[in-house]
Design a protein around this ligand. Structure first.
Ligand code: GRF
Length: 206
C-alpha cells in the first residue's frame, strides 16, 4: 500500500460527517485516497444521500442481524477492491471479510480504552466524559477487531475538557480533531509507514 492513493470503502450508520470530511480532504489534495464505495446500515441514514450527492456507489441494507448485514455489505463493497475499509460512524458490529485483517479502521470519539464499548456512541460518550470530571478526552483511530472499540490502537490525540464545558462543546472539539486524525492515519497507511505486530502499531518516522 506504499505511496499511492488508497481505495476506501466507507461504512456508516448516521449523518456521514466523516464521509464529508474525507470528500473535502481528497478534493483538497490532503488525503491520498479515493472513495470507491459507501455502505450504510440503514437506508434512512443521512450519509446515504450525501454519498449519492458525491457520486459514490452506495448500498444501504435495513438488516437487523449484524452477521447478515456484514455479509451483504461485504458482497457489495468487495468487488470495488478496496484497500481499506473505513468505519465512519458505523454503529453495528462488523464482521471483517477474509484477508482484511489489519485493513479495517474505526474512529472512536474518546481515548480508548476509556468511554468506549457497547452503548458508548454519539453524545453518550461526551456526556459521560463531562460527568466524570476528566480533564482530557480525545479520539482514537484503531484497527477493528470482533469486539466493539477494541483492536490495536493506531493514533490517539487529546483535547482539553474545560470547567463549564457542555457535552456539545466537548463533542465539537473532539470532532475537529477527528477531521485531522482520520486522514492522517490513512495517509500513513498510503505511505506504507504502518506495521502491525500483535496489539502494537508501529509508525515509521520520516
Ligand atoms: C464520529 O464522531 C466518530 O467518532 C464516530 O461516529 C461519528 C460520526 O458519525 N465513530 P455521524 O456521521 O455523526 O453519524
Amino acid at each position: 500500500m506504499a505511496g499511492r492513493r488508497l481505495k476506501l470503502a466507507v461504512l456508516l450508520s448516521g449523518t456521514g460527517r466523516t464521509l464529508d470530511n474525507f470528500h473535502r480532504e481528497i478534493e483538497a489534495g490532503r488525503l491520498q485516497a479515493e472513495v470507491v464505495a459507501v455502505a450504510a446500515s440503514s437506508s434512512k441514514a443521512k450519509g446515504v444521500e450525501k454519498a449519492k450527492g458525491y457520486g459514490y456507489p452506495v448500498f444501504a441494507a435495513d438488516e437487523r442481524d449484524h452477521r447478515e448485514l456484514s455479509r451483504r455489505i461485504n458482497e457489495f463493497i468487495l468487488p470495488f477492491q478496496p484497500d481499506v475499509i473505513v468505519l465512519a460512524g458505523f454503529l453495528k458490529l462488523y464482521s471483517i471479510p477474509e484477508g482484511f485483517e489489519g485493513r479495517v479502521l474505526n474512529i472512536h470519539p474518546a481515548l480508548v480504552p476509556a468511554f468506549c464499548g457497547k452503548g458508548f456512541y454519539g453524545m453518550k460518550v461526551h456526556r459521560a466524559v463531562v460527568d466524570s470530571g476528566v480533564k482530557v478526552t480525545g479520539c482514537t483511530v484503531h484497527f477493528v477487531s470482533p469486539i466493539y472499540d477494541e483492536g490495536p490502537i493506531f493514533l490517539q490525540e487529546c483535547v482539553p475538557v474545560r470547567a463549564g464545558d457542555t457535552p456539545e462543546d466537548v463533542a465539537a472539539r473532539v470532532f475537529e480533531l477527528e477531521c485531522r486524525l482520520y486522514p492522517k492515519a490513512l495517509n500513513l497507511l498510503a505511505e506504507g509507514r504502518v506495521k502491525l505486530t500483535g496489539n502494537q502499531v508501529w509508525i515509521e518516522e520520516r
